[in-house]
Design a protein around this ligand. Structure first.
Ligand SMILES: Cc1cc2nc3c(=O)[nH]c(=O)nc-3n(C[C@H](O)[C@H](O)[C@H](O)COP(=O)(O)OP(=O)(O)OC[C@H]3O[C@@H](n4cnc5c(N)ncnc54)[C@H](O)[C@@H]3O)c2cc1C
Length: 443
């Protein structure tokens, strides 16, 4: 029998993965459970259902999300192709008619001669590979148990708590200063000091801010060490100043005095082009995060690569357990793709479906997989999920903070983004040509 590829989960990642492999002549069995076993959020049995917003994110030229979409277009992506065909007006975003979008994807999957769509819940990872697990943030509990058995308890998570990340170029370094508490750790932290009045206003705004409500299946599951910043603020006016914003051990460089409160930021990458706000996981809406977090001295003009969030989300600690081929170090041939690998968002998930599929196709063809170059958006995401230190691993969306530092040093944003864009598309074309044999059938 000709080798075939098993894919579990017909969401954004699984549908893209199935399509890419099938277009390269590989028979695919795609398992999707929703017509027999529902998830708490999906409403239909269609493939690639958009569970919440109908927007696939920013589509403005020279933004990182646009670049990722452009790269997917170069690979004749099923997800982006369908999105383009069923787009609806949405300003600078690529929003879609969700029904037509997933209907087209389902039909093309069902009509493809190389794809068999099976409507069932997979409860155990098949022994025979290759298998792509693309079961998403709401992976069924039985399969989650089996994944946990294979990857180990400490590598599978069920919630995420994300702090906002800001572009280093937009921080005011006249106000923010590098120092570690009691000088332990050199310049590991960037500190934004607040006086009493600034702190009082900040706490007041946090208390009045609009929050994203929890979905019915997301009962708040706060661990004391990981409370949302607004939850801490609501416990009393001094709670933050005695908690994550405590000023002790940090003297102001100009006066040698201690501030009333200090917001600490930590480097998000080695190059220091992006910083996260330590302890700022939050359920505030995005506009409220922008409004309130730019009250912090030094962050008045901050641009956010990612906003904070707290979600129900099943995901693995990918850098701890996956190879650069996106399969398990301990079980070669078992690949992960989509949100479960530790990316955030519809388009990022589809991208990981494409990459895991190309990698599995290579394995089936007896060839090595070379990941996309780091200067591409696909390469930046791949690099994040395979090389981020496992200790600090958190799900991530595409943003320019993931790209090599070379261009990030260019202060003119338009010029910088243009350079990143040109390098990325040139790199992607070179890389795509290395898949010539398979690409010939798709482009
Ligand atoms: C409530 C909620 C709201 C969200 N809102 C947004 C948003 O607005 N914008 C955004 O970009 N992202 C949003 N996300 C994240 C979003 O889910 C992902 O971006 C995207 O859908 C992930 O794609 P995926 O293919 O990894 O997972 P999914 O699209 O969820 O696909 C996984 C598929 O696997 C199937 N499956 C699960 N377990 C099994 C099993 N054992 N056997 C067979 N099939 C199985 C599921 O039925 C599902 O179809 C949201 C997530 C949730 C939970």
């Amino acid at each position: 029998m000709k080798p075939y590829l098993t894919i579990i989960g017909g969401g954004l990642a699984g549908s893209e993965a199935a399509w890419q492999a099938a277009e390269r002549g590989i028979p695919v069995i795609l398992h999707e459970m929703r017509s027999v076993t529902p998830t708490p959020a999906h409403k239909t049995d269609q493939c690639a259902e958009l569970v919440c917003s109908n927007s696939l994110g920013n589509n403005l030229p020279h933004s990182a999300p646009f670049l990722l979409k452009e790269e997917l277009r170069k690979f004749n992506s099923l997800v982006i192709g369908s999105a383009d065909r069923h787009s609806v007006p949405a300003g600078g975003a690529l929003a879609v008619d969700r029904d037509l979008f997933s209907q087209e994807i389902t039909e093309r999957i069902m009509q493809h001669p190389n794809i068999t769509l099976k409507r069932d819940e997979v409860v155990e990872i098949p022994e025979e590979g290759p298998v792509i697990i693309a079961t998403g943030p709401l992976t069924s509990p039985k399969l989650s148990e089996d994944i946990q058995r294979i990857v180990g308890q400490k590598y599978l998570y069920f919630y995420d708590a994300l702090s906002p990340i800001v572009d280093a170029n937009t921080i005011d370094f006249d106000k923010a200063f590098f120092a570690s508490r009691y000088d332990k750790g050199g310049d590991d932290y960037l500190n934004c000091p607040m006086d009493r009045e600034q702190y009082g206003q900040f706490v007041q705004e946090l208390n009045n801010a609009q929050k994203v409500p929890f979905a019915s299946f997301e009962k708040p599951i706060y661990f004391e060490g990981c409370l949302p910043i607004e939850e801490l603020a609501s416990r009393g006016p001094k709670t933050l100043a005695f908690g994550p914003l405590k000023p002790v051990g940090l003297t102001l460089p100009e006066t040698g005095r201690i501030a009333h409160a200090v917001v600490q930021l930590r480097r998000e990458n080695k190059e220091g082009t992006a910083f996260n706000l330590v302890g700022f996981q939050t359920k505030l809406t995005y506009p409220e995060q922008k409004r309130i977090f730019t009250m912090i001295p030094g962050l008045e003009k901050a641009e956010f690569f990612r906003f904070g969030a707290i979600h129900r989300n099943t995901y693995i600690n990918a850098p701890g357990i996956l190879t650069k081929n996106l399969d398990l170090k301990t079980r070669p041939g078992i690949y992960f793709a989509g949100q479960i690998i530790g990316v955030e968002g519809y388009v990022e998930s589809a991208t990981m479906g494409l990459l895991a599929s190309l990698s599995a196709v290579r394995k089936i063809s007896g060839e090595d997989f070379t990941p996309p170059p780091i200067e591409t958006a696909m390469g930046a995401l791949h690099n994040y999920v395979t090389t981020k230190p496992p200790k600090n691993f958190q799900p991530m969306n595409i943003n320019f903070g993931l790209f090599p530092a070379t261009e990030m040093g260019i202060r003119n944003k338009k010029e910088r983004n243009q350079k990143i864009f040109d390098n990325a598309l040139a790199g992607l074309t070179r890389w795509r040509n290395s898949f010539q044999q398979e690409v010939d059938s798709t482009v």
